[in-house]
Structure formats: C-alpha cells, structure tokens
Design a protein around this ligand. Structure first.
Ligand SMILES: [Zn+2]
Length: 419
C-alpha cells in the first residue's frame, strides 16, 4: 500500500480580525480539502513540543522518524542541498554578506547587504582568509548575498554558536563553544572569530566596497555565520522504515534533508504537477511539498496566505479519486508560520488528516486548525511514520526480536539461519 503525504509548509497560523477572527486556512474557500476531510480521520499534530517553533529542516527530521539529538546541524543540510559532498573532516556554516559599523563591536547596519552582484562577491571573497591555525576555509556562493563556508581540519567541531544575532539592530555575536567544553569546539570558535575579524579587516577598505559607498550603496564588509553542521552517519529512511521514498518539492533545504536521510528527491516547483506525479509514482512513500503557504505567511499578509491556500486547493482535485484500497493519503503541515507579529515561525500545533482504508472517519467537515481539534487524533511529528506504517499494515508488533536491533516494520531485516 502506497502513502502520499501532501505537506503544506508553514500552514498553521493564528486568527486575524481582517479574516473575521479566522486563520488563513479557516477563512480560505477550500472545497477539495473539505471533501477529503469528510472521509478522513483528522486531528491535531504537535510538530515537536507545544509552543516550540521549528524550522522546516528540524520539523521534517522529526516527521521522517529521526530524533533531534541526531540532527547534524542545518549548515550540513544546506550544504548538501546545494550540491556539496559532505566530508568527515569538514564543518559547514551558512553565512551571508552583511554591513557593519565599528561601534562597541560590529554593529549590524544590515544583516543582508542588498544589491550585491555575483561579480562583486567573487572579487570580495578572493581576499577573505583561506587558512587560520591550520584550518582550511572554503567559500561557496549560494544565491543573492548568501554562501556556505567550509572549515576543514582534524580537530574541528560543529558545536559552536552563531555570530548572526538573527534580529535587526544588534551587534555581531562572539562565537562560543555551544553547550560543551570540548577543546575542539573551543578551538573552532576561536578560528571562526578570527575569520570574522580578519574578513572585516580585508573587506572594509576593499576597492569593491569603496566603489559601492561612492554609489550610495551599503558596503559588504562582513560575513556573518550560523548553523554549524557536519556529516553524521544515520540509518537511511528505507532501512529505518522498510519502505522506498520520494520527495517532490522545490526547496534546496528539503532536498538536503532528503539526501541526508537517503531519500529520493525530485525538483518539482509546480505543486499541481507534484500531485499528478505522486499519484503515478511507483514508490511506497511519496511526499508532495509546497513552500508557498510559509512564504505567503512571511510577507505578513494573512489575506494573501488565505488566497494562496485557495489556489493550492484547486490543485488537489486529482486526489478526490484516490483508491483507498491502494493508497493512504495524509495531508498536514510541518509547522505554523504566523502571518503577523515578529516571530519567524510559531509553536502552535497543525491540523492533519488521514484518508485510507479502515481509518476511523470522525465526522469533521472542514480542514482547519480548530475544526480538526474535533477529530480523534492527537499526535506529535515523530508519530507520523509509525502511523503511516500502521495504516498501511506494515507496523511490527512491538517487542518482537527479529534481529540484533529493534525494527518497526514487517518484515524486519532478517539474518536467515543457514543449515
Ligand atoms: Zn518559514
């Protein structure tokens, strides 16, 4: 039995007066979601813990059945998603060109230097440090003013904090070992701090920046860093759950998560095409992912997010004819993204529905944050894969010892006794 997971990134939201005190999803006219909801078992999923906002990468890590203690750091996921082959002796940092003023430290005038061309970035990065205390430092341009910094060395660690304060009107933060006193983390933090200062020294009087200032543009005189991560060996998705997988989406970040867990990823920017491909795919677990609700919420316009959900609902028509004998359909979100206020993402739970053979249809008529609280399911993100295995009759009876390690699916990977 096949599973199709339709995942609306950042779908969960709060209520707004301009939407009649409804959430964007509740206010949206979504006939296809509502039709599916009427034949679904529905409920509420807490992605991690009540009130704890997650990013797409950590939320998906949990949804795919992995523990956050095994999360490799977002820098490694982003590097992988952008085509970097992860190496054992490297640490990866997401970074971006920023504009600072020397003022009791480095005051961030802008965390993202605007209007920076690839040619300017190429010239600027020729002058940044390439090695500090034996650690080789590499740079890869990603998009706009963003890049990936690679630290390569024997005694380095990804357990370091961010230099990016993440909020406007702040100073660059001194990098520290993060939740450890490990000497490698202390060393790596020192190397990164030296890199930041030496980069500033190399860039603030750079001809590119002098030219930019003359043109009335902000100088790109700093590189701020965040999300250190590194390679980590985890059991791949098909080994963990006993099923094949395919993720259809447009996000490089999600591509990185999928690649990290050994899942197949296919770039599919068109949501409607993704739905059609998912229906045809010869694969046990197919996810169709759209970032559009999250991106709409980040514009801080709840009416726009409502309109985006109406547009996406139009694309769900082919799912109405799904054969429930053969396919389990799951529709949900990875986290909530509020369309107003200062939070990037928020910690409210999200609605979820399961349509398939034998599910306990619970009479919820519309797919929404509050309507689904009338449904029967209360779950966390980490419960998704056990529920998928259960609804598709693959869940192994708890406690059976079919090998040297516990598995969750039938048949477990077995070591057959030879005569
Ligand atoms: Zn977001």
């Amino acid at each position: 039995m096949k599973t199709i997971l339709v995942l609306f990134d950042g779908l969960g939201d709060r209520v707004y007066p301009e939407l009649g005190n409804k959430t964007p999803l509740e206010a949206a006219h979504t006939p296809h979601l509502d039709t599916l909801c009427k034949k679904a078992e529905t409920g509420i999923m807490t992605p991690y813990r009540q009130g704890v906002p997650l990013g797409t990468e950590t939320a998906h890590f949990l949804l795919y059945g992995y523990d956050l203690s095994d999360f490799p750091g977002r820098g490694a996921i982003e590097a992988l998603g952008e085509g970097v082959t992860l190496q054992e002796d490297e640490v990866y940092l997401r970074c971006c060109f920023a504009t600072v003023e020397e003022n009791q430290g480095f005051y961030l005038v802008d965390r993202y230097t605007p209007e920076l061309t690839p040619e300017e970035i190429k010239r600027l990065t020729e002058n940044i440090p390439k090695e500090i205390e034996g650690v080789k430092i590499g740079w890869k341009h990603s998009f706009d003013m963003h890049g990936i910094i690679t630290l390569k060395g024997e005694h380095i660690s990804s357990a370091i904090s961010d230099s990016d304060p993440h909020y406007a009107g702040e100073h660059v933060i001194c990098v520290e070992p993060f939740e450890t006193e490990d000497t490698r983390a202390i060393f790596t933090a020192r190397v990164v701090n030296r890199f930041l200062v030496e980069t500033y020294n190399a860039l603030h009087e750079h001809p590119v920046n002098k030219g930019r200032v003359k043109q009335g543009k902000l100088p790109a005189n700093f590189i701020i860093t965040k999300w250190a991560g590194r390679k980590k060996a985890l059991p791949p998705f098909h080994e963990k759950h006993g099923i094949s997988s395919l993720v259809l989406g447009a996000s490089d970040l999600l591509r990185g998560v999928a690649m990290f867990l050994g899942m197949n990823f296919e770039k599919c920017p068109d949501f409607g095409q993704g739905i059609k491909k998912a229906l045809k795919a010869d694969c046990d677990f197919v996810q169709v992912h759209t970032k559009e609700p999250d991106e709409a919420a980040h514009t801080k316009n709840p009416v726009y997010k409502k309109e985006v959900m109406e547009k996406l609902d139009n694309e769900l028509a082919p799912l109405l004819d799904i054969n429930e004998e053969e396919t389990l359909l799951v529709i949900t979100a990875d986290h909530s993204t509020p369309s107003c206020g200062t939070l990037v993402h928020s910690g409210e739970p999200v609605p979820i529905m399961f349509v398939g053979k034998g599910v306990r249809v619970d009479g919820v008529q519309t797919f929404g944050e509050r309507s689904c609280t009338k449904g029967s399911i209360r779950m966390e993100g980490r419960d998704l894969m056990p529920m998928v295995l259960n609804f598709t009759d693959r869940a192994l009876l708890y406690g059976l010892r079919t090998g040297s390690r516990r598995t969750s699916y039938v048949p477990g990977k077995t070591n057959i006794l030879k005569p």
